[in-house]
Design a protein around this ligand. Structure first.
Ligand code: ZN
Length: 196
């Protein structure tokens, strides 16, 4: 193969990938429950009493249910992602920490497009969540979240809603998971109005 043919091949390949990508249906919202469906590897934080993944699923299901009732198209995903498009994508997590009660809530996002949305979420949740907050993207896991590559969204937030390994936080969080889901759903609905 000469250079021109190789060039042509890659040009056509790139065009084909673009066409495939843009023919993917763009949904309003993708809600991912962190670690859902994983049986090995990063299966999420857990304590004697609670598993992060169970709480992630509970909150994610509730957010999806509230949004669907409002006529918003939602795709619920677990940890196994595939290439998909959405206006807004939210990954739900609770943190675990070896240094018990040294963690709390935080938010991660892949780029500046999502930064303003992240600040809006923080304003809402900071009024409610009475424990520690970390700066944005505070762990490598938040900066380099695998979902960022497969889920192409206009806005993408990875929410750490609190530290499940901190008994005080877990005790506070557990009866409030529905309320937190409602707050997430409300924040998403408001944000959707700002996206064409
Ligand atoms: Zn997690």
């Amino acid at each position: 193969m000469n250079i021109q043919r190789i060039f042509l091949f890659f040009t056509l390949l790139i065009i084909a990938l673009w066409v495939m990508f843009f023919s993917l249906k763009k949904v309003d919202v993708i809600i991912q429950a962190g670690h859902e469906g994983l049986h090995s590897g990063n299966t999420g934080a857990q304590t004697k009493l609670y598993r992060e993944v169970d709480w992630n699923v509970k909150v994610a299901n509730r957010v999806a249910e509230i949004l669907r009732k409002r006529g918003i198209s939602v795709v619920r995903m677990g940890a196994n992602t595939h290439l998909s498009r959405a206006k807004i994508a939210i990954a739900i997590h609770f943190d675990g920490s070896k240094r018990i009660c040294h963690s709390g809530a935080s938010v991660g996002y892949p780029n500046n497009n999502s930064k303003a949305f992240a600040q809006r979420w923080k304003r809402v949740y900071k009024k409610y969540f009475p424990f520690k907050w970390h700066k944005d993207n505070f762990t490598p896991a938040l900066r380099h979240y695998y979902g960022y590559y497969w889920i192409r969204a206009d806005r993408f937030l990875l929410l750490e809603l609190g530290e499940i390994t901190c008994a005080k936080q877990a005790k506070w969080l557990k009866p409030r998971l529905d309320k937190i889901a409602q707050m997430i759903a409300d924040t998403i609905r408001k944000e959707l109005w700002t996206i064409k």
